[in-house]
Design a protein around this ligand. Structure first.
Ligand code: HEC
Ligand code: HEC
Length: 466
């Protein structure tokens, strides 16, 4: 075991970063508190995890640092709800938004600005949300410790990954692209083909998928239970239960994802009555969006910008990829062949490329798709039952440009959670990755073969050196 005197300067930098970040975030109800008060004490000699693959150098350094600074105190989960939530007498975090004061969608008709939100998940405690935050960023959840949920749902990329199709452990693209995770709390089904009915069920997809995180339930449970810190953290989040269970892990991930709320964009300010929040061009775009000519709001219903339904719209695959039958299989219904869940358009400016497998690079291309004629992109041998709101609106270039302007007003990342600086596994969380820092070269390379882990590891080194 290393003594404090052997602390590398790197460790001090990380300590400084933690101190600075806890200062910075003191006013925000989010920060998970990492206690290192009894630093000089005997830190447990933890071999955090043994992986079948090789750990990167950075991850080893990080594990060292965790061992040295964590001491006996471990991690204390936040007892405060994230911003926009208030703590109830029962100790649960309750979402508060202005939309709760409006009537239901039905009473206003689609496209109205002051319409109510659909029902949402609730009942999570601050500790469950905070535990979920650590788990979400922890590559410990994957088979070889290289991929976390955040690898494909990166907070700086709108909780998506900037790719048409994601890449996980398998280094080979998954079938579809990673959707944004903002406002998951309002959704009733998950995945592009709506095959999961809850966030808990959804999480088991990537965790145990060979191409994504490739773990097994047994190994996942064992690595959580044998970790030096997680059992105590699970006990804070789920006080009634003795040992961590997988159900608790799924619940905590659901709790964290349910706290990702994006409802304070410039569009929302406009909707709540502050008309100066949008420019004349953006308002013109909103009016096209909700017109009966363009019909966007029929499916992308405000305020969520989805109606939580599956629709067959006939989007093309990227060149060379086979036709994706989408929700046909989920519902065992040929009517839904080629059907996909209507995605929310919130933060759409951050989540290019677009559609289920990223066929369109630019937002303008995704919007122009709707103007090219019903079924124009279908393979010859496919006769899909296209949704009746998909037609030929004959929008002008000007109208398409205004639609794109309007979609840009749906960006709101004010409640972005804090990425944990240190994880219970000692592995590197996916680090801050400002869009501007991803060079085209890196992106192309990543798109071709590499994993996000490689980019983030690179970046992690850079961040630590700052
Ligand atoms: C390898 C990349 C990858 C990893 C790792 C990953 N995801 Fe995903 N995620 C995706 C892709 C791709 C989809 C869409 C798949 C589909 O629809 O068939 C998706 C879909 C989702 C959805 C559904 C969103 C919606 O609108 O329907 C949620 C929620 C989600 N992921 C959460 C998670 C969580 C939690 C983890 C960690 C346990 C995780 N993901 C790990 C790539 C990933
Ligand atoms: C019939 C329902 C329907 C209508 C009408 C509709 N959409 Fe969509 N929209 C969808 C579905 C379903 C998808 C996902 C399709 C896919 O991935 O293949 C989608 C995807 C999108 C995307 C890409 C989202 C992402 O995360 O990749 C954008 C942008 C979009 N729509 C904008 C619009 C605009 C603008 C209009 C009006 C001109 C419109 N939509 C009309 C159902 C609809």
């Amino acid at each position: 075991m290393k003594k404090l005197s052997k602390f590398s300067s790197l460790a001090y930098l990380v300590l400084a970063a933690i101190t600075i970040s806890s200062g910075l975030f003191a006013g925000v109800a989010y920060a998970g508190i990492f206690v290192w008060a009894d630093l000089p004490g005997a830190a447990p000699d933890v071999e955090a995890v043994t992986f079948e693959g090789t750990e990167t150098a950075v991850n080893k350094i990080s594990a060292d640092i965790t061992r040295q600074i964590a001491g006996r105190s471990g991690f204390i989960l936040s007892s405060i709800c994230p911003a926009s939530f208030e703590l109830t007498a029962a100790g649960e975090c309750n979402l508060v938004t202005r939309y709760q004061f409006y009537d239901s969608v039905q009473q206003r008709g689609v496209g109205g600005t002051q319409t109510a939100l659909p029902k949402h998940r609730s009942g999570f405690t601050p500790q469950q949300i905070d535990l979920g935050r650590y788990l979400f960023f922890d590559p410990l959840l994957s088979k070889d410790g290289t991929v976390s949920c955040a690898s494909c749902h990166h907070p700086e990329l709108g909780f998506s990954d900037g790719r048409g199709r994601s890449i996980g452990i398998g280094k080979e693209p998954t079938a579809r692209g990673a959707p944004s995770l903002w406002n998951m709390t309002f959704l009733t089904s998950f995945f592009w083909d709506a095959r999961a009915n809850s966030l808990e069920q959804q999480a088991q997809g990537p965790l145990f998928d060979e191409k994504e995180m490739a773990n097994s339930p047994e190994k996942l449970l064992a690595s959580i239970r044998s970790n030096a810190y997680y059992p105590a953290m699970f006990a804070q989040a789920f006080p009634d239960i003795e040992k961590p269970t997988l159900e608790q892990l799924y619940t905590a991930l659901a709790a964290f994802q349910s706290s990702l709320i994006s409802l304070n964009s410039r569009y929302d300010q406009y909707a709540h009555g502050f008309h100066q929040a949008l420019t004349a061009d953006e308002i013109a775009g909103l009016n096209v969006f909700r017109s009966f000519v363009a019909r966007c709001a029929e499916c992308h219903q405000p305020p969520l910008f989805t109606n939580n339904q599956v629709a067959v719209i006939g989007t093309p695959e990227p060149d060379g990829l086979p036709f994706d039958s989408g929700a046909e299989k989920t519902f065992n219904s040929t009517k839904l062949r080629g059907g996909f869940k209507v995605p929310s358009l919130r933060n759409i400016g951050k989540t290019a490329p677009y559609m289920h497998s990223g066929r369109f690079e630019q937002l303008g291309d995704a919007v122009a798709f709707y103007n090219k004629g019903r079924g124009h992109a279908l393979p010859e041998n496919e006769q899909l039952q296209l949704h009746w709101h998909i037609w030929e609106p004959n929008l002008t270039d000007e109208e398409i440009a205004r639609l794109v302007d309007f979609l840009g007003t749906l960006t709101d990342e004010s409640l972005l959670p804090e990425v944990p600086q240190v994880l219970p596994s000692g592995l590197m969380p996916v680090q801050s990755l400002p869009l501007s820092e991803i060079t085209k070269e890196q992106k192309d390379k990543a798109n071709a073969t590499d994993t996000v882990a490689a980019i983030t590891t690179n970046n992690a080194i850079k961040n630590q050196g700052n």
